[in-house]
Structures are given as C-alpha cells and as structure tokens.
Design a protein around this ligand. Sequence first.
Ligand SMILES: NC(=O)c1ccc[n+]([C@@H]2O[C@H](COP(=O)([O-])OP(=O)(O)OC[C@H]3O[C@@H](n4cnc5c(N)ncnc54)[C@H](OP(=O)(O)O)[C@@H]3O)[C@@H](O)[C@H]2O)c1
Length: 298
Amino acid sequence: MPIPSDGTPLTALITGASSGIGRATGLELAGRGAQLVLVSRGRDSLEEAAAEMRAAGAKEVVVCPGDVTDEDQIRAAVSAATGRFGRLDVVVHSAQVMAYGTVEQLPREIFQTVVDTALHGTANLARVVLPVFREQHAGHLAVVNSLLGNISAPFMGSYVAAKWGQLGLVRTLQLETRDEPGISISIVQPGGVNTPIYTQAASWVGSTGRPPPPVYSPFRVARSVLSTLDRPRRVVQSGVFNPIITAGFRLVPGVYDVLVGPLLKQLAIANDDVPPTTGNVLESRPSGNATEGRWRSI
Ligand SMILES: NC(=O)c1ccc[n+]([C@@H]2O[C@H](COP(=O)([O-])OP(=O)(O)OC[C@H]3O[C@@H](n4cnc5c(N)ncnc54)[C@H](OP(=O)(O)O)[C@@H]3O)[C@@H](O)[C@H]2O)c1
C-alpha cells in the first residue's frame, strides 16, 4: 500500500462504499486508521457506513453521494478528497448493480445501466483519478470485478457483458500506465459473496438470485483487496474454485455449456416467487444496503 512518506494516514476513496464489499473494505481500511471518502448514489446508507467506519478507527470520513456513471459527480468526489486531504493514495472501485433475465427479457434501460455502471463508471473514474496519481507519481486503483469477468452464465447477460468489458478495460489501463511505475492497478475477482447485491438486483426470471457456494464473507474479499494494495498484483482471485471453473469454461466448453444452466438454477437462483422488478438498478434503494447479505458465509 503506498504509505505517504510524510507519516500522514493513507487516504482512500471507495465507490460502492455503502454496501457489501465496498463497505467491508472501508471498515478494514478504517481499522488501519485511514482517511476515507465514500461514494455511492444513496446518502442514507452511506452516512450509516461512515458512522461504522469512524467507530472502527478511521481518522476521518467524508461522505460524497454520487453516481459513477456521471463523470462530474466523480470529479466532485475526487476533488473533495484532494481538497480535504491534499492527496489520494488509493481508490477502490466496488460500485455495481446486477440483473437477472435473458437478453431478450431484460428491458434495454436495465441492460444498459448494468453495463454502464461497470464500463462508463470505471472509465469515468480512470479519467479523473489517473491524472491525480500521475501528478503525485503514486497511487493504487483496485477494481472489484468478478469470476463472471472470465466465464459466462445464462440469465446474467448484462452482468457478464459488464464484467468482461470491465476486465478488458482495466487490463488496458494497466498497459497505459506502464510509463508511471508509481501507479498500480489491480483487479480483484470474487466468486459468490454474502452481500445484498442478490436481493437488490433487477429480476425478470420470477425469483431473486443468491450467491453460489462457496459463499465468502465480504470481509474476506476486502482482505484480498487490502492484500493487493499491500503487494500489487494484476489480477487476484477471491474464490477457491475460480481457477477450476474458468479452466472448465475455456478447456471443455461443451461440458461447461451442458452443466452451467442447471447448476445456476440449482445453486444461484432462490426458490421464491417475485414479479419482474427493476431492483436498485435505476435508483438506489438505501434500505437494502448493508455490509452483509442473509446467507451463511466462510
Ligand atoms: N456479491 C458477490 O457475490 C459478488 C461476486 C463477484 C463480484 N462482485 C462484485 O463486487 C462489487 C461489489 O458488489 P457487492 O456484492 O458488494 O454489491 P452491493 O452490496 O449491492 O453494493 C454495491 C454498491 O454499489 C453502489 N452503487 C450501485 N450503483 C452505483 C452507481 N451507479 N454509482 C455509485 N455507486 C453505485 C451501491 O449503493 P447505491 O445503490 O446507494 O448507489 C452499493 O454501495 C461489484 O463490482 C460486484 O460486481 C460481487
């Protein structure tokens, strides 16, 4: 982790800080006495997360409600960080929304917002953050991607497209910043994690989703994020079966294609009955945000 040489605490901006992995990462960084700037669309759950991070030891927490798909709002959050703290050491990008439904079922607006959040959200952040890192000759951007950035799954086309695109974009950013050795960019790819993303998701499949096993705690993924901040790596897996599943997808696609649909229905779709819902895709539902979801995790 780029520790400021003058002894001041680390300054980190986190997107998606009001829920799940972003919130858990904020709490882990708070435990290290960091100065934090928190970004997500809804103010209420962001304030709640900020209070928890102050209690967990953060030196200072600034709340900046904003949408990653709006470059001006991201610029305002980054300016708040550099204006208040004089520097920005780390950016953790964890904002995302999800939708269940075939490409034919999902309304265009839902499909587009899921993809935009990952693609334009990441590009907006890069356009605003990388010049700050270049001026400092230091900084670390960690992007939370997914196992679904490597593989495909039916009923999750918008999210798969979002995460494949985000992976390609961030690998490109890694190449484009090779001229500045002080800048590190990492990708973290979790498998199933116990967060509210599944109950917040849009769904056109008649049920909500759930995390496929083994279900990790968001704190476990947060520790993977911190490990790559401490020791930068291009891509970090946070899921014990990720390499096996990815190998199956690439090496034996015929077998993969036969198994993935039934396994997804069995392990990653809940047994409930819900009418079509836009979930939190088009606007924040702060009451549904929390650090952890409702599943048992390891
Ligand atoms: N949970 C899993 O099993 C899992 C697995 C693999 C990868 N991931 C990845 O991990 C990351 C975090 O997911 P999570 O599970 O922690 O989800 P989560 O609990 O639903 O948290 C998502 C966060 O993103 C914020 N957000 C959504 N859209 C935004 C936007 N346009 N601008 C700013 N903030 C926005 C949400 O707050 P508001 O709605 O208030 O904006 C919330 O704080 C995502 O990249 C996800 O793809 C998760």
